[in-house]
Design a protein around this ligand. Sequence first.
Ligand SMILES: *Cc1c(COP(=O)(O)O)cnc(C)c1O
Length: 400
Amino acid sequence: MDKKKELAIFGGTPIRDSYLPYGQQWIDEEDIHAVVNTLKNDFITTGPAIGQFEKAVAEFVGAKYAVAFSSGTAALHGACYAAGVGKGDEVITSAMTFAATSNSILYMGGSPVFADIDPRAYTISPESIKNLLTKNTKAIITVDFTGQPSEYDAIMSLAEEHNLVVIDDAAHALGANYKGEYIGTIADMTMFSFHPVKHITTGEGGMITTNDEALYKKLVDFRSHGIIRDSSKIKEKNKPWYYEMQSLGFNYRMTDLQASLGVSQMKKLPLFLEKRKSYAKNYTSALEHLKEIVTPYQRFESSSSWHLYIIRLKLNKLNGTREEIYKALQAENIGVNVHYIPVYFQPYYQHLGYKKGLCPHTESLYEEVITLPLFPKMTNRDVEDVIAGVKKVISYYAVE
Ligand SMILES: *Cc1c(COP(=O)(O)O)cnc(C)c1O
């Protein structure tokens, strides 16, 4: 039989009959009940579910404070506001992330400065941060890419030395652990996202956790128009209806419908994490011996929450391009993806003057990476299909 025919892309039979997406939410009857119940209550927004959800996340990660937002992006915007980022300020971050990370700096009038990644673990390189520090550096936004914590000992000591605020974009890292501590309190502020592909979902939603009371108060004001109702902080003491807008905030509030879903989802987080970790382990043990790819390197001092499982192609050992291999896997009904296009490759950033070549390790990772499906609702059978699909496609394109 013609070997070319065996791959689904050349007319062969796909590994799977049905398409497996790269990520998907897990919603059960308990979640549905929680939301429906909230619809029957007095408050569908600004009600009690917000505080309950904030408390559930804060307790899980071990933080003193948590502030829910309408999205992870809104939460990052709030964090940049609370950090005092403004015109003329530089904020150092990674380009191996979703555009929202550095967009939040632009929202506040600051300038994103892109540090390169560690070539092995793919998180922001402390050495690269160090080389980019100037007198205008105000903050650092780390990205715990794929769920693996950044190198916080080095980053926090740089921040202390230079008086910088550290914001952790932990959209991938709810439940990740760094030296025995959950991600959520190591940076000054930590952002979580509740988009459906993330660890838990509220449809759209985000949160900042912090141990700093002053930052917490700024985040709360920013979320709701900068309006203050606390009578001790406003001028008119005897008018019960009175409120004051003291800063320019937004309406970035989460609804109670979302927060009640979040409370219900948090109960399943340990199960979700267990599934993600076990599937990632299966991938690694089945694929680490293939000489044409690199499976994710994990630092010994931390434990990933496994939002993404990415393989890196050794293109010199393959007779196909990343595009061909990507398309071949898609044809097998394996919903692979690519994370991420370096942020400054985006036309908007190119117009701002960022040039390709800025972060060589970030750019070469982008050229070689493929994200495999990973989400808790997958079955062991799905995981085996992905492994079989990767082996099938890689062995077809392997040199010799
Ligand atoms: C999902 C994500 C965001 C944005 O979160 P939203 O809730 O979608 O606004 C930011 N950064 C990273 C790394 C993400 O993966």
